[in-house]
Write a protein of this length. Structure first.
Length: 225
């Protein structure tokens, strides 16, 4: 099970985020752009494919690239140095990476008696949500202290066969008995690919989550493929 760290966005980077609308694929701040993307890495190179279709070619092969993994999700602040010529005339750029944050990126789990305790069902505040391609994104707030929290998106086991009724998904939070000393923020992305129905091109889904003070969260949307 992947873990979500307690503090993912701090200091100036959190300040930059607060000035951006995360429903947009990227936003502009002074001489830099901020946006989400996926790392594409092989033995020879590392690039970042942004959610809006741009492809970033970092100008410096610094030590950070050694620790990144293929298909890792990131939120990056970058400055464009120039266009990269390509025969397809795609939006490809040489860039300087000013800062980069890993985003928790995981699939949907089947909720079973064996994993229900570790999944938990503690309250969490969803401050934003949006879908991009096969990725369902959440901006979250909660309180904690020193322990690692778990965030998961779960469904009832079984093959999805109906495209008429939405698939019910639960956003689950496990505090692991942590204290509530600090206000914390996090972002997480879930891969919706497992919701595909053979012979269909879209799947309806509804996300529910336990909120604070009985203010529960609901979000209904469609995943097109």
């Amino acid at each position: 099970m992947k873990r979500i760290s307690l503090i993912l966005f701090t200091g100036i980077f959190l300040g930059l985020l607060s000035s951006c609308n995360m429903h947009n694929d990227s936003c502009y701040d002074n001489d830099a752009w901020i946006g989400f993307g996926l790392v594409q890495k092989d033995a020879e190179s590392v690039i970042i494919k942004m959610d809006d279709g741009e492809v970033l070619y970092p100008a410096s092969n610094s030590g950070i690239w050694q620790s990144l993994k293929n298909n890792e999700r990131v939120l990056t602040n970058f400055t464009i140095l120039g266009n990269r010529k390509n025969p397809e005339h795609n939006e490809e750029y040489y860039v300087t990476i000013n800062s980069l944050r890993r985003i928790l990126f995981k699939g949907i789990l089947d909720l079973t008696p064996a994993n229900e305790d570790s999944i938990g069902n503690d309250p969490i505040l969803v401050t934003d949500r949006w879908t991009k391609k096969n990725m369902l994104n959440f901006e979250l707030k909660y309180r904690g202290g020193s322990k690692i929290h778990f965030i998961n998106l779960v469904k009832t086991p079984g093959t999805i066969v109906s495209a008429d009724e939405p698939v019910i998904l639960e956003l689950r939070h496990n505090t692991n008995g942590d204290t509530e000393k600090l206000p914390l923020s996090a972002m997480v992305t879930f891969d919706l690919s497992s919701l595909k129905i053979e012979g269909k091109n879209k799947t309806k889904f509804k996300v529910i989550a336990k909120g604070f003070d009985d203010k529960n969260f609901e979000y209904t949307s469609e995943y097109s493929y």
